[in-house]
Ligand binder design. Structure first.
Ligand code: TXA
Ligand code: MG
Length: 348
């Protein structure tokens, strides 16, 4: 299959290209499109055959539901049942934007889209091109992150091309994603709103909008079966081995020593700019300044993919413990490492 690339401009979406991409969705096909978090692999959320094509293309287990993307509040009432008071309160402040609500689903959304669940994940993405595209499709768009299952999420069209060239009908190339990590997911179907996946919007923001406390079950540790089914699967992993280093003392000194002691001349490190010069490793990947969380988040998945492109077999990463969005940076890195942790102590 020929994958058509539709080049757009984030500040002024090219309506002709987007209209053409929308025709593919209307015909039951798959189009990857940009959002402010990561690129999504889109299909008509109301069409079960189209939804199933997403699972097949990604190699995604069929019990892992898809997020349904909408372009206006009328669509919310079409896809979700009930009055959705809390969702609407949050939406007023935080949509379009990087937060997804779990709600009771309406019949128009087939179980194929929701991985067999009676609930539906809904998000209005905050990117002009995404909203223009959904509007042009005239239907809610089911979209997981546009990566082969298990690989780092895509923050550039080039990442989507790496995984899906020749396997899907189209890709809308709108440049680099603004944020670079996925949306926060909050379950609003139970009495107490519950965070199922940490994302760009933190729990303090949600609590201040709702005026009530929220639970955080994003680690999945309180539950035998994590509530966001996707959280139990391997994520973001590079092909080589990634080791997460945390603890006391100088992480650069510690990593330099391990690499020397183990005789790993090709080993790589992922670090912040402030520490870059302290590593005497051949391969060094800088995520950005530890004081600039936006830069760190933007570069995170691109760097994990770069390890594969460069054929890195072993990579150590810092814990980014003194960075503002350490909650999501370290969580994504830990998952990418498959919880492969080494504790550093250079204080004694
Ligand atoms: O930022 C994002 O959220 C991106 C962009 C494309 O919108 N999408 C994304 O989708 O990250 P995906 O499929 O990679 O991750 C969605 C997560 C999965 O862990 C899935 O299990 C969970 O959301 N999820 C979806 N529907 C759910 C539901 N009804 N109940 C609980 N969890 C759900
Ligand atoms: Mg994903």
């Amino acid at each position: 299959m020929l994958t058509k690339i539709f080049k757009t401009n984030p500040s002024n979406p090219d309506t002709k290209a987007i209209e053409e991409a929308a025709q593919i969705i209307k015909g039951g096909g798959l189009v990857a499109f940009p959002t402010e978090t990561v690129y999504g692999l889109g299909a008509d959320a109301t069409d079960k055959d189209a939804a199933m094509k997403i699972y097949a293309a990604k190699g995604r287990p069929s019990d892992n539901p898809l997020i349904v993307h909408i372009s206006d509040m009328d669509m919310l009432d079409i896809v979700a049942s009930g009055d959705n008071k809390k969702a609407k309160l949050l939406a007023k402040k935080l949509w379009p934007g990087p937060i997804t609500f779990i709600l009771k689903k309406n019949d128009i959304i087939p179980k194929e889209t929701t991985g067999g669940l009676n609930t539906v994940a809904v998000r209005m993405p905050g990117q002009k091109t995404a909203l223009t595209f959904i509007r042009a499709c005239g239907t809610p768009i089911a979209a997981p992150s546009a990566n082969i299952s298990g690989r780092p999420s895509p923050t550039k069209a080039a990442h989507v091309i790496e995984d899906f060239d020749g396997k899907i009908e189209g890709i809308i190339d709108d440049g680099q994603s603004d944020i670079g990590v996925e949306s926060t997911i909050i379950d609003l179907t139970s009495d107490i709103p519950t965070i199922l996946r940490k994302g760009y919007i933190d729990s303090d923001t949600v609590e201040s909008v709702l005026g009530e406390k929220v639970l955080d079950e994003s680690s999945g540790q309180n539950d035998k079966r994590p509530k966001a089914p996707g959280m139990k699967y391997k994520h973001y992993a590079p092909k080589g081995s990634l080791v997460f280093v945390t603890g006391k003392g100088s992480i650069p000194d510690f990593i330099n020593k391990i690499v020397k002691d183990k005789g790993e001349p090709e080993a790589a490190v992922i670090c912040c700019r402030e520490n870059l010069a302290y590593y005497n490793l051949k391969n060094r990947y800088c995520l950005g300044s530890k004081d600039n969380e936006e830069e760190l988040l933007k570069n995170l998945y691109d760097t994990l993919r770069q390890l594969d492109t460069d054929g890195i077999e072993i990579c150590y990463c810092e814990d980014f413990s003194d960075c503002k969005r350490n909650d999501i940076i370290s969580e994504r890195l830990l998952r990418a490492s498959g919880n492969n942790i080494i504790i550093c102590d250079t204080t004694s």
